[in-house]
Design a protein around this ligand. Sequence first.
Ligand code: SAM
Length: 278
Amino acid sequence: MARRLHSTKSKLGQNFLVDKNILDQIVKFAEVNQDDVILEIGAGEGNLTRLLLETGCSRLYAVEIDTDLKPFLKTLEGPRLELIFGDAVKLDFTALAPAPNKVVANIPYHITTPLLWHILEDLAPKGLCRIIVMVQQEVARRLQAQPHSKERSPLGITLQAMGNVRTLRSVPPTAFRPMPKVNSAIVEMNISRWIGLANDRLWRRVLRASFSKRRKTLVNALSSCLPIEKKVLEELLKRQNLSPLVRPEDLSIEDWLYLRDKLEDLLLGGERKPTPDN
Ligand code: SAM
């Protein structure tokens, strides 16, 4: 009865996944074992929630902003499921105990970037190791973009530095109800190093400054945002075998980590350096 009464809200990204094969595949990609604590963002009518519970995971947090969907989700309630009604971008995930080690979700596309940053900030330092999410195909490409690609972005670089990102499959609009106007993709992100990187203020500042002026060279972009002379920046790049005319999209992960490290020495005197383990 409740199912027939819910009219979907496009402003909340309510494109429910109705293709059973693809739902099953998401669960398979998550490689769930009985110790796993899973976080699902945007539980919707509970199509994925139900299948995640069936895996026998130890705990599942299901977040949903739309309280009109309560009647669907309440039917799934049990000792292993905690329903959380609220805005996933604003919730304090560090308060979840036990902390989730996996995120599995068909997320609302309009919040993809802030949501992924928020998940990395709150949960990577607490043991998050795997994220399986449905995203817009175009976003999947950006997250995996390699050096020299115009699609390179601060979030993609950070995810690649923290582990790896890979598209597992593309998903057509016909898999959803109602059908979205865009193609989708299921993406895998593994987190295995630099787990504090998303919280590193200098890392975020350097990436933001560099990519906020995409048409400029890296030296021009950074010198207009940071109190460092162009000559000094050029010398840093030279020591890493980078041209003074290099653009932000050309740098490798190693180049970004090197640059962050050297800029810290210049700006902060290198008092607190992150390591691959923190
Ligand atoms: N998991 C369901 C499925 O696969 O059928 C629903 C996925 S649907 C693409 C995204 C869901 O996220 C919607 O139910 C929507 O109401 C919810 N949502 C949108 N914005 C949200 C937010 N800021 N925080 C939590 N949930 C949100």
